[in-house]
Design a protein around this ligand. Structure first.
Ligand code: M6R
Length: 613
């Protein structure tokens, strides 16, 4: 996590860097800081958000045409002023920002301490900047050479940008396992950031750094790029597809609400060019070369974290149901460390909105090293996971800024649905008429999401009744079980109310003991094969005085009679329920969080992109 941004060119760096930090704040918001090059290095940093940093800077002189900035998600040391980046070397010659973790920082720190270095912070980053200083002190060398040599001694993950007061105007940027992108401005200016969002309004020409690469950026000079072996590399310049309006709230109070409302469009975009009703086909270009491999796979293993893991569960149900290929869904963080059995006959699919989640990336790399075919379902184009995989399908949901995943989830489920349909059709496990019926059903989903969004007012009223609840239970069966898990995660992460998702039938094996008149129980009770069973589960809750909030199919009467509150969604094929039933649950968590005055887009302790283990 952490967001880093840098600029060098003809303009003042401060406004560019601070604006960039606002865009990157989704990556962490424990502290923020900037360093500007002007007759030496000017440093401003403090605990808190980027707006706190702006208050802290106040009316100070912020001129200087090179600068770096950082917004932190704390790993080493608590969020405080001292641990905020940028970090300066002891002599004050160098200043550095860092996203990642230096695993061997402790041993390097001890060596440096023996040489007389003193440290102001608890961070691994301050160790790195002093290591560069120490190397640079030993013989005459450029900043970029010293950075390259220092990085050879470092174990861990990093994206860094360094400035030296002896080389004003030069930025040295490097990455390993943490993302970094360089923007090439038209006037010979350079921008560097954790992702392209701080860059897009200045230039569309970018270079995504590869692992081990180091860039030397100096205005009016060509970008110099080296690999860790100190060989020159030709930068691969790409054109950004990102648009500025996608990064703004567009009249909504929060990014999360905007993103919830974008779902009819984002789900449509996930299907665009992939589903053709007229031709009766589904095609996913990015995995076309691996179709046979998927069909013949001994197993498909889905690896993911958080919301993306919930999408993976839906994917398991879909692929097993439609294509009859065995699927396992694994938490990436468990999979990578539990010595799993992986063979060349396995296909491992990573699901990740950011494409940067450290555990998911590591799980993929493990699978790749064992000979498995690895595919990705990512939202961020050009992300590390997208570049590591053999093939994959982008979700095309557009940038998701709110920390709580909403449109990314429905887009992931849409892509997995397309994948399952495509495989089932090719394999012949779905007959032609069912296939055609499902294509029509899927094509109609954006309109059904639109109708589900019309429950907003009702959901807001229901939210008001439960905003002070201390616990929530979410229940669902079949395709609605992952929806229950996702609904509970949404509530807990943004409103800080404890919530659990359970398969409805599991309730009687433990959680039923929690039920009393204080316990709201959200049940996804839409029409489908397990409807009657869910009705029985609702009765079990009612018998113990639990309060039921039920998501039902339009026109339902049976559940309506039993439930305390019902929210109707349009009738849909059971397997598409996650795409529509999650909408009122997203709204429920959103309204409860707003009523509790929580920071919806930036919930405490969280970050959008989890690039640490
Ligand atoms: O970027 P990813 O999809 O790999 O992120 C995985 C999780 O951190 C993420 O889904 C998280 O659980 C959500 N932001 C929760 O809403």
């Amino acid at each position: 996590m952490c967001g880093i941004v840098g600029y060098t060119g003809k303009n003042d760096a401060y406004p560019i860097v601070v604006k960039g930090l606002h865009r990157l704040e989704y990556r962490g918001y424990d502290s923020a800081g900037v360093a500007l090059m002007r007759d030496g290095i000017q440093l401003f940093k403090c605990k808190g958000k980027v707006s706190d940093l702006e208050d802290h800077v106040g009316k100070s002189d912020t001129s200087g045409s090179a600068g770096i900035g950082h917004t932190r998600w704390a790993t080493h040391g608590p969020p405080n002023d001292a641990n905020a980046h940028p970090h300066m070397s002891m002599s004050g010659e160098l200043v550095l920002i860092h996203n990642g973790i230096i695993e061997n920082y402790d041993s390097i720190k001890k060596e440096l301490q023996q040489r007389g270095y003193e440290f102001q912070s608890d961070t691994d980053t301050e160790v790195l900047v002093n290591l560069i200083e120490e190397i640079k002190k030993q013989e005459e060398m450029s900043l970029s050479t010293a950075v390259r040599r220092a990085l050879k001694e470092v174990i861990g993950a990093y994206a860094i940008v360094v400035m030296s007061k002896n080389e004003p105007g030069t930025l040295v940027a490097a990455r390993k396992s943490s993302p970094l992108v360089v923007g090439l401005g038209g006037d010979g200016d350079f921008y560097v950031a954790s992702d392209a969002t701080p860059i897009v309004e200045y230039t569309k020409n970018v270079v995504y750094l590869e692992d081990g690469e180091i860039a030397e950026l100096h205005p009016d000079h060509e970008m110099k790029l080296f690999n860790i072996k100190e060989q020159k590399v030709t930068p691969f310049i790409q054109e950004l597809e990102l648009h500025l309006e996608q990064l703004e709230k567009g009249g909504y109070d929060h990014f999360m609400l905007k993103e919830i409302y974008e779902q009819p469009r984002s789900v449509r975009d996930s299907m665009r060019g992939r589903l053709s009703i007229n031709k009766g086909i589904v095609q996913l270009g990015g995995i076309a070369d691996y179709e046979q491999k998927l069909i013949n796979a001994q197993r498909i293993i889905i690896v993911a974290c958080g919301t993306s893991w919930h999408a993976g569960l839906v994917g398991e149900y879909l692929i097993e149901d439609l294509a009859r290929i065995p699927v396992e869904v694994e938490y990436a963080s468990e999979f990578r460390y539990r010595n799993p059995i992986i063979t060349e006959k396995d296909v491992v699919i990573a699901i990740s909105q950011s494409g940067e989640t450290a555990d998911t990336l590591a799980a993929l790399e493990l699978a790749k090293s064992k000979g498995a075919t690895i595919l990705g379902v990512c939202n961020v184009v050009g992300s590390s996971i997208a570049r590591t995989t053999h093939g994959g399908s982008y979700t095309h949901a557009g940038p998701e800024i709110g920390v709580a995943s909403t449109k990314a989830f429905t887009a992931q489920v849409t892509v997995l649905t397309l994948m399952a349909l495509m495989l089932g059709n090719r394999k012949g496990t779905i007959d032609r008429s069912r296939f055609q019926r499902l294509l029509l059903g899927l094509d109609a989903i954006p309109d059904k999401i639109e109708r589900a969004l019309q429950t907003n007012e009702l959901v807001e009223k229901i939210s008001a009744k439960f905003k002070d609840a201390r616990n929530f239970l979410y229940l669902g069966r079949g395709y609605c079980f992952p929806v229950a898990l996702e609904g509970a995660l949404k509530l807990k992460e943004i409103s800080y109310i404890h919530a659990e998702g359970y398969p409805a039938a599991e309730m009687k094996h433990g959680p039923i003991a929690l039920i009393d008149e204080e316990m709201p129980v959200v049940v996804i009770a839409t029409k489908g094969p397990s409807y009657e069973k869910v009705v029985s589960n609702i009765q079990e809750v009612k018998a113990r005085k639990g309060v039921i909030i039920a998501i039902v199919t339009e026109g339902d009467t049976q559940v309506k009679e039993m439930a305390d509150y019902t929210i109707e969604i349009p009738e849909i094929e059971e397997m598409f329920t996650p795409l529509v039933a999650s909408i009122p649950l997203q709204l429920l968590s959103y309204h409860i969080a707003v009523m509790r005055e929580c920071n919806v887009d930036q919930p405490r302790n969280l970050a959008k992109s989890v690039t640490v283990e």
